[in-house]
Design a binder for this molecule. Structure first.
Ligand code: SF4
Length: 133
């Protein structure tokens, strides 16, 4: 058995806990008693935050719609497609035809970079975050 320290992925509070791992499988969490944010406590989402890790429904490769069907693609293929579509929309309809929505499930630093992508690269202030939705 191993206990791996990490941060809850479900909101920006930043509660910390240990993932409990048995034979390479995550089987539970233990809240960190010393973390000043959660002080040994977790909400219901935090207690169940590990359940997606081994879900058979979890997407592990990007899906790209081709001829009306979603098919597995590579990350390079998916990112090239997203990039070319965003640039195409910006060039044909203007930057405010785009909107960027980020997530509390990523770090503050990643949210910051995402905001910079919207404002500096694509020249739009249409950027928001799921915490406001
Ligand atoms: S345990 Fe709950 S409050 Fe803490 S970070 Fe996770 S979702 Fe947020």
């Amino acid at each position: 058995m191993a206990r791996i320290p990490t941060i809850c992925p479900f909101c920006g509070c930043g509660c910390s806990f240990y993932l409990v791992v048995h034979d390479g499988q995550v089987t539970g969490v233990e809240p960190s008693p010393d973390n000043p944010v959660n002080k040994g406590m977790l909400c219901a989402k935090g207690w169940n935050s590990y359940e997606f890790v081994h879900s058979p429904d979890r997407l592990k490769v990007p899906l790209i719609r081709k001829n009306g069907e979603l098919v597995e693609g590579t990350w390079d293929e998916a990112l090239d497609l997203v990039c070319s579509r965003l640039i195409g929309i910006r060039d044909s309809s203007g930057p405010d035809a785009l909107g960027f929505l980020c997530s509390a499930k990523v770090s503050n630093e990643e949210n910051y970079l995402f905001m910079k992508l919207a404002r500096v690269v694509f020249k739009t202030n249409n950027v928001d975050h799921c915490a406001r939705l």
